[in-house]
Design a protein around this ligand. Structure first.
Ligand SMILES: [Zn+2]
Ligand SMILES: [Zn+2]
Length: 186
């Protein structure tokens, strides 16, 4: 499956967005205010979104919940329905561009789109291609028991089970290794 530069950026953005959601009532929201949202927009180079308001913040949190549902979905048909709703609500204007020295690719967000619509259109389409390619199972949640963060498995044989943001895989490997050593020593 061909993953263009912009798709890759959109995937990184949507994973980071989903992972700002609090995991439970005890953890704080990763997007608590418009200042944090501005940082998010700057870090992910989301262009042309203007001055951000409380309205933008609540709209982004709302689509974050919908993207989270896509990552939680085991069934491609259910994921497709979620993605269709996200993209349809955003309105799209596909257009070809080769900005900043990148090869030709398509932008989906409409000119003047709000930040929430921009994210829903471009990240929604990035996820749509995974369904089209029969690769929806690559949109995953970390299997570490205390984690559940979203990630996209881009490994060749779709074998990744853990996110890397907290080095969950390493942590579990170390725990298994220690358990084996203990057993061997015991
Ligand atoms: Zn682009
Ligand atoms: Zn994890």
């Amino acid at each position: 499956m061909l993953i263009t530069h912009d798709t890759r950026c959109a995937l990184d953005t949507v994973v980071d967005l989903v992972n700002t959601a609090p995991e439970d009532d005890a953890t704080p929201d990763g997007l608590p205010d418009t200042v944090t949202l501005e940082d998010f927009v700057r870090n992910h180079e989301i262009s042309d979104v203007g001055i951000l308001s409380e309205f933008d913040l609540s709209a982004v949190r709302k689509i974050r919940g919908r993207f989270a549902a896509v990552f939680a979905e085991a069934d491609p048909r259910a994921a497709a329905r979620q993605i269709n709703e996200l993209v349809a609500a955003a309105g799209t204007t596909p257009r070809l561009t080769d900005h900043d020295g990148y090869d030709w690719h398509v932008h989906y967000f409409a000119p003047g789109a709000s930040v929430a619509d921009h994210l829903a259109a471009d990240c929604g389409m990035a996820l749509a291609f995974f369904v089209v390619a029969g690769e929806q199972e690559r949109l995953r949640r970390c299997e570490a028991p205390d984690c559940r963060r979203a990630f996209v498995d881009l490994s060749r044989n779709r074998s990744r089970r853990y996110c890397d943001s907290r080095t969950c895989g390493n942590r579990l490997h170390v725990a298994a290794y220690r358990a084996r050593r203990k057993e061997a020593a015991g």
